[in-house]
Design a protein around this ligand. Structure first.
Ligand SMILES: [Zn+2]
Length: 402
């Protein structure tokens, strides 16, 4: 069907800027935008339906490009214990930490994982999210990693959202491999990745490069295996220390390197040359009460594209609002509201390899957009979460969830 959307302003985010069109109109043909521009220049058309957007501001649908949204249990009890004074050793002795999430995820049925994931996804979607990345990494064996990725795929079938799946088997060492990290990397490279890729469950491959997780040499092996399967890579890098994982990621033309508080200017130069997106995660920065800021000046100076994401996970970022991350990206990392919005639209799309279809309002791209009842785009980053009146349009169809 051909449709006209009018009486609106658009922050199209073309080129990673607001790229505003005042008094805009949009023509859609099927699922895609066929024309967008000033209403005064609207070409002759034969739209069968016309939508008055009542002066709203249009932005591209928001994209959350880094989440661990599928998991069993949660860690609210541990959160409370810690704030009541328990030590990490006491929490570990009580079965807490990532091991507890691995255990709960392994024990949960696929249907149980799906229903809890749907509960967490709904507020994100109500916030204007139309594309969501979901990682595995709490199963840590073939069966459980498959279960997580199948749940992620099913989430995209039961909810009106585009889901990209990332295999993060190299997230943590499973308890049965304690002291044998290289053997676990062998298992990932020779069994887990090839099997899950063959089943069509993997859009990208990720790893956690850190002293408490995997070394650059181990990550390098995972990336080699991913490349042999024709899969793009991403990396959790420089969150707690500098191992130059982001430079390693750049050598593999990674879609993104994520976290990056401890990255160096040399890493930024390598990422810029490779076109690797810097995905910043202010939720984890906040929850961990981190004080080391990502090197914003170096990222800007060398022209690294910056994305923002929720990092929704049970341990370090139980964040259910991507718009709250816009505010936190501005307040904590000093992004401008325009940079923050580009970080959840155009550059988030790039971080998922989806820029051809998503991330900006342009003819040819999918008609995923949000019509916000706001006075100016900066409001999206200004309010600390909450709900903003909006209409959400995905693939040129209005969806109801907010
Ligand atoms: Zn993460």
């Amino acid at each position: 069907m051909k449709q006209l959307w009018h009486n609106c302003h658009a922050a199209t985010m073309v080129g990673g800027k607001y790229s505003i069109i005042e008094d805009a109109a949009v023509l859609t043909d099927g699922e895609r935008i066929s024309w967008i521009g000033p209403r005064a220049e609207l070409p002759a058309h034969d739209a069968q339906r016309s939508h008055d957007l009542d002066g709203a501001w249009l932005t591209p649908g928001l994209i959350d490009c880094h989440t661990h949204l599928v998991f069993g249990g949660d860690r609210s009890a541990e959160f409370e214990m810690r704030l009541e004074g328990a030590s990490y050793a006491e929490i570990a002795a009580a079965g807490g930490g990532i091991a507890s999430t691995v255990r709960a995820t392994r024990e949960a049925s696929e249907d149980d994982l799906l229903s809890s994931a749907v509960r967490r996804a709904r507020p994100l979607l109500a916030d204007g999210v139309t594309v969501l990345e979901i990682k595995s990494g709490y199963g840590l064996d073939l069966t459980s990693e498959r279960k997580m990725l199948r749940v992620a795929r099913r989430l995209g079938e039961v909810l009106p959202v585009t889901v990209r799946t990332t295999c993060l088997s190299a997230h943590a060492l499973p308890p049965e491999y304690a002291g044998r990290a290289d053997d676990y990397i062998d298992l990932i490279c020779s069994e887990i990745l090839p099997a899950l890729a063959a089943e069509g469950l993997v859009d990208a491959v990720d790893a956690f490069c850190e002293h408490l997780a995997f070394s650059p040499a181990q990550v390098d092996r995972v990336f080699k295996a991913a490349k042999a399967l024709g899969l793009p890579v991403k990396l959790h890098a420089e969150q707690l220390s500098s191992l130059h994982g982001s430079s390693l990621a750049a050598r593999y033309q990674a879609l993104s390197a994520d976290h990056l508080e401890y990255m160096t200017e040399e890493d930024a130069i390598a990422m810029a040359a490779a076109g690797t997106v810097a995905v910043l995660l202010p939720g984890a920065f906040f929850v961990l009460r981190e004080t080391q800021l990502p090197p914003m000046d170096a990222l800007r100076k060398h022209g690294v594209a910056i994305a923002l994401a929720s990092d929704l996970n049970p341990g370090t970022s139980p964040a259910l609002s991507l718009r709250l991350m816009l505010n936190m990206g501005c307040t904590a990392f000093r992004l401008t509201p325009e940079e923050a919005l580009a970080g959840v639209t155009l550059y988030a799309a790039r971080a998922l390899g989806l820029e051809a279809d998503h991330g900006s309002l342009e003819a040819g791209k999918l008609a995923d957009f949000v019509a916000w009842d706001i006075q100016r785009p900066a409001e999206l980053a200004y309010w600390l979460g909450g709900d903003l009146p909006k209409r959400i349009i995905r693939h040129a169809e209005e969806i109801t969830c907010g």
